[in-house]
Design a protein around this ligand. Sequence first.
Ligand SMILES: Cc1cc2nc3c(=O)[nH]c(=O)nc-3n(C[C@H](O)[C@H](O)[C@H](O)COP(=O)(O)OP(=O)(O)OC[C@H]3O[C@@H](n4cnc5c(N)ncnc54)[C@H](O)[C@@H]3O)c2cc1C
Length: 372
Amino acid sequence: MQAQVDVAVIGAGQCGLAVGRQLKMRNSDFVLIDRCARVGDSWRRFMDSLRLVTPAGVSALTGLAFPAPARAFPGKLELADYLENYADAFSLPCELNVEVRRVRTIDGRFTIDLSPTGSDKGGHEEQSLVANSVVVATGFLHELRIPNFAEELDPTINQLTMSDYLAPDQVSGPVLVVGAGNSGVQIAHDLAPAHEVWLSGPNPGHFLFDLSNPTLWNIAHRLFTPRNPVGRRFIAMIQRKEPPVIKISEKRLRQMGVIRLPKVSGTENGYPVLADGHTVRPATLVWSTGFRSDFSWIHLPVFDAVTGLPRHTRGITEIEGLYFMGLPFQYGFTSHFIRGVDRDAANIVEHLAHHRLANAETTLSDRSDHPQ
Ligand SMILES: Cc1cc2nc3c(=O)[nH]c(=O)nc-3n(C[C@H](O)[C@H](O)[C@H](O)COP(=O)(O)OP(=O)(O)OC[C@H]3O[C@@H](n4cnc5c(N)ncnc54)[C@H](O)[C@@H]3O)c2cc1C
């Protein structure tokens, strides 16, 4: 990899690719860096049966339609392959199998420390890249949140995280799924034909509208933004509580034999104790208790002490040249969905281009004020 670049985009998921396409259209000097072996790998890691909740008609980035009927719900591999094809179709410069270990500023420019990942480390060494601007597109769901008492559980219980879970034949039952949000419900639903399944945690309710209609998503994309009162009210409402479960009804869970249990509150003699005082004895426990962000590798004073998330306005931070993509509600309701990514990317790249122009003009006027 070269030692200097104008714009370094960290992460080649959907957000990084959308930024990459915008930069390409402006003939920028940029690179996309990702620790994965293949573009799309962040989707390939999900459980085998995962299908999108957004239909194909709104699950594509600008310039390349999703190769499926507009109302179909693509599977995880279809989306992963689509993203890989997208990078190829626009010849986006991706450096894969490279992890960013640290970002800091030295003499007003960003220094990015890199190390190779994957099995093919031979010949590659740790190195640094210097950039004028950095776009962090690494998502915000980084580390699983697992309660401390997990360590007290009996070693005979096979503990998995939602990131480790792929398919029912990987585990034996009864299975206790801890956490009943969207991921927990999807895992319980996936396991139920093969195992006895207990689903623990508060029920956030179900959202059962027909989500296969792209027009609905397009309306939500335009309407639910901070630019209008309806959007502001809607975004504030969904930020306040756990989002409802999408696509799987309570009736369906009941029909499949999933047993609802209260929250797990601790352990007793190595077994999970529920909030009502009962103890359960699962063979497998799947933690589906959510994620926290980890931007500790970015050594720049831009993070909120409470949330750990960067302070920003539509992804633009107070540090000149530093941008973020894919943050929760980065702008509108659809920012976290594929549908909203291009709008956010365009805004960031527009800002980046103006900032570059303004700097160039200042440099020119400095030169003419101080003739050599
Ligand atoms: C289970 C699940 C289902 C979802 N379903 C839908 C859906 O149906 N429709 C929809 O529109 N959205 C859906 N989403 C939401 C959203 O589309 C995804 O979260 C999306 O993957 C976020 O894109 P991203 O580019 O921000 O992050 P990611 O796809 O996670 O990409 C980030 C990339 O950064 C790389 N990276 C991270 N750290 C580093 C580092 N230090 N150095 C180098 N590379 C690094 C990673 O390898 C990764 O490739 C879903 C999300 C989840 C979790």
